[in-house]
Write a protein that binds this ligand. Structure first.
Ligand SMILES: Nc1ncnc2c1ncn2[C@@H]1O[C@H](COP(=O)(O)OP(=O)(O)O)[C@@H](O)[C@H]1O
Ligand SMILES: [Mg+2]
Length: 219
């Protein structure tokens, strides 16, 4: 469970307030879409809820642990093993193959061998098994995105945070990714929070949250 209380985010240099006092609870197994106009604070909120940005006012608890109280080691372990991030712009390691990139989080956790069959399964689901051994430097933008998604899922994280994950994909691949999220949610009880501009994708969530000007709105 992730609980945010009185969440406020200001950006320097002028303390521009982007998140203006949000309380929200994300229950285990939730499937949440986050929508709202460009600039309403969706990406910022995702960073705050997922430990990527720990500089904020208010509280965020992840599984009853206060994010502000965690040391760097704890945060890294949490991010590596419990949280999958899918962002709009992905950074694969060019020198590695597609498969090696997917396996990177498992390698960091010393669990590469056991993760190998699942890595191949994920690549097959996203339609990239035939290029598993290609260097990732040779991929198209959409392929890049799908590799990054497989990498985010390799540890079967408890939480997945996705910021416009289908933004760079055509509708067929967008659906593949969306169905993959649904499958994780159903099979593993993975909690999913995704930002989207696409009304259709947004409506498919169990819970729809709308942001306007740094606050959750009910309209
Ligand atoms: N690093 C930053 N420094 C200053 N302002 C920022 C920074 N990141 C985001 N903002 C501002 O915060 C507001 C919300 O941004 P963002 O969370 O990216 O919105 P969204 O994802 O909904 O489009 C915008 O006005 C943006 O300009
Ligand atoms: Mg954004």
């Amino acid at each position: 469970m992730i609980k945010a209380q009185g969440l406020i985010k200001k950006f320097p240099p002028n303390d521009f307030v982007v998140i203006k006092g949000i309380d929200m609870t994300i229950k285990d197994g939730d499937f949440i879409s986050l929508m709202g106009r460009s600039g309403s604070g969706k990406s910022t909120l995702l960073y705050l809820l997922s430990t990527l940005d720990r500089s904020f006012e208010g509280k965020v608890h992840i599984d009853n642990r206060d994010v502000h109280q965690m040391d760097v080691k704890e945060v890294h372990a949490l991010r590596n093993q419990q949280i999958g991030f899918v962002f709009q712009f992905h950074y694969l390691i060019n020198e590695l193959t597609v498969l090696e990139n997917v396996l990177l989080p498992a390698r960091k956790a010393g669990r590469m061998e056991e993760a190998l069959p699942f890595a191949r399964e994920l690549l097959s689901i996203v339609g990239l098994d035939s290029i598993a051994h290609k260097p990732s430097s040779s991929l198209s933008g959409g392929e890049n995105q799908r590799v990054a998604i497989a990498r985010a899922l390799i540890m079967k994280p408890k939480y997945i945070f996705a910021d416009e994950p289908t933004g760079n994909l055509d509708s067929i691949n967008g659906n593949v990714i969306f169905n993959l999220f649904k499958k994780f949610n159903k099979d593993f009880g993975t909690t999913i929070v995704y930002v989207t501009h696409d009304q259709e994708f947004g409506k498919l969530a169990h819970t729809q949250i709308k942001l306007a000007d740094g606050l959750i709105t009910t309209n």
